[in-house]
Design a protein around this ligand. Structure first.
Ligand code: BG6
Length: 474
């Protein structure tokens, strides 16, 4: 075998809050993401330090319009099919299905909307890969229950899962319980609806909410298998290994500890129990999660079937407090790696780091892996209807080569690849439209103005050929 295994799933990924728009349509309820502004206050709100109630009236909220996929999805999925997608990863907006979040019965308009997306995919033989929760939560659940800090959220989330698993039985095989579950430590409002009060211990609050999400995830896995034994349910991690800054053992130990901040989540979701280093961390930080005996049983019965992750960059860790984390990479600050170049947004580019991460995850878990996000955010120029995005092609080519090496040289069981933002969408960290990842350009600007017309970039044809050759022609 000189290339990817037969049946390897090629495709792309999006998230409801970054592409759908249509925020008042189809009886949808309001979500946290509808109140995350685009510009200077975005990080403060997303990280839970600024309550959206304190924002000015004239703030612009990009998720409300996004790329208006709510009205363009048929055209968009047709373009994905033209590229040859075999899988399309998208997420469900919780407040489209349960507008408040705590109702007994779901909103039929929302279910019909996603059912049509699924049916459209299936008509092109595209496998839907559904993220049940990708950075959104009904506002009512935040206001009334305090979001994921409250155990009651587990029940509301399970109701959402049961509704989806039942309604889409026979049409969908792959599910992801939470997008980048470790993001709760960095963007608690965006990831889990948490606003942190000045007198609250942010770290404790985040780990408590994470415990509730981990229980919800485990229960969802069990429920999915009960409803359809063919369902495959995965966890999803913002991944990317931490390198020691030097061979000084102190740096090596520091890198192990930094990696554990992320493994903490997947270790529990894959193995079904809190690892010993996690219990020690909680104890040393005086964090009590009140883990009950019943909780332990729930976690042990809800181990995931596959491990999915996003990969944008590696990181660097050092024990030297004088070394500043001055480089960006997703929202995790890291020490700059002098051996790597960076994107226009300062995210360091490390294709070999993807092979390293694939190996680390496979060695650790021995579960099938899916890369559900990877890509280059860049400014594209539309000239006479064309976009020559060779920089994106180069980025993706190098990362796909690293995947190929991980499969062919290292024997990693990688079963699929969905590039991030296969169609341009709103950036999660910055709220910008100009940070584009897509094979398809969307004519919209920073203020949500434009024709919303779709254009194929040069990378569109390139990816089409990659898929047609099953990764042989890069
Ligand atoms: C991941 C998220 O963190 O990175 C996506 O799951 C996000 O939602 C992606 O869009 C890229 O980040 P950004 O900030 O460039 O949009």
């Amino acid at each position: 075998m000189s290339t990817f295994p037969k049946g390897f799933l090629w495709g792309g990924a999006t998230a409801a809050n970054q592409c759908e728009g249509g925020y008042l349509e189809g009886n949808r309820g309001l979500s946290n993401v509808d109140f995350i502004p685009s510009k200077e206050n975005r990080f403060a709100v997303a990280s839970g330090q600024l309550d959206p109630k304190c924002l000015k009236d004239n703030e612009y909220y990009p998720s409300r319009t996004a790329i208006d996929m709510y009205h363009h999805y048929k055209e968009d999925i047709a373009l994905f099919a033209e590229m040859g997608f075999q899988v399309y990863r998208f997420s469900i907006c919780w407040s489209r299905i349960f507008p408040l979040g705590d109702e007994d019965t779901p909103n039929e308009d929302g279910l019909a909307f996603y059912e049509d997306i699924i049916d459209t995919c299936l008509s092109y033989h595209i496998e839907p890969l559904i993220t049940i929760n990708h950075f959104d939560i009904p506002i009512h659940l935040i206001k009334t229950y305090g979001a994921w800090r409250n155990r009651k959220l587990i029940g509301f989330y399970l109701r959402l899962c049961e509704t989806l698993f039942t309604r889409f039985k026979g049409k969908v095989k792959y599910w992801i319980t939470f997008n980048e579950i470790n993001m709760i430590l960095h963007m608690p409002y965006m990831a889990a609806g948490l606003t942190i009060q000045p007198d609250e211990n942010k770290t404790e609050m985040c780990y408590l909410a994470a415990h509730h999400e981990l229980l919800a995830s485990a229960k969802a896995v069990k429920l999915a298998h009960q409803i359809d034994s063919d369902y495959k349910v995965g966890c999803m991690l913002a991944a990317g290994n931490m390198y020691p800054y030097s061979c000084n053992p102190n740096d090596v130990m520091e890198s192990i500890q930094k990696d554990r901040e992320n493994y903490y989540f997947a270790d529990i979701q894959v193995r079904g129990y809190y690892p010993s280093y996690a219990l020690k961390f909680l104890e040393q930080n005086h964090i009590s999660l009140s883990i009950t005996e019943e909780d332990k049983v729930i976690l042990s019965q809800g181990c995931v079937d596959f491990v999915s992750f996003s990969y944008y960059n590696s990181g660097v860790a050092s024990a030297d407090p004088n070394l500043q984390a001055n480089a960006k990479g997703n929202v995790f600050p890291t020490i700059e790696n002098p051996y790597l170049s960076a994107s226009e947004w300062g995210w360091q580019i490390d294709p070999l780091g993807l092979r390293i991460t694939l190996n680390a995850l496979y060695d650790r878990y021995q579960k099938p892996l899916i890369i559900v996000e990877n890509g280059l955010g860049a400014k594209d120029e539309l000239i006479n209807g064309n976009i020559d995005d060779d920089y994106r092609i180069n980025y993706l080519r190098d990362h796909i080569q690293a995947m190929k090496d991980a499969i062919l040289i290292d024997g990693v069981d990688l079963i699929g690849y969905t590039t991030w933002g296969c169609i341009d969408l709103i950036s999660a960290s910055s709220g910008e439209m100009k940070k584009r990842y897509g094979f398809i350009y969307v004519d919209a600007d920073e203020d949500g103005q434009g024709t919303f017309k779709r254009y194929k970039k040069k990378s569109f044809t390139w990816y089409q050929q990659v898929i047609a050759s099953n990764g042989e022609i890069l």
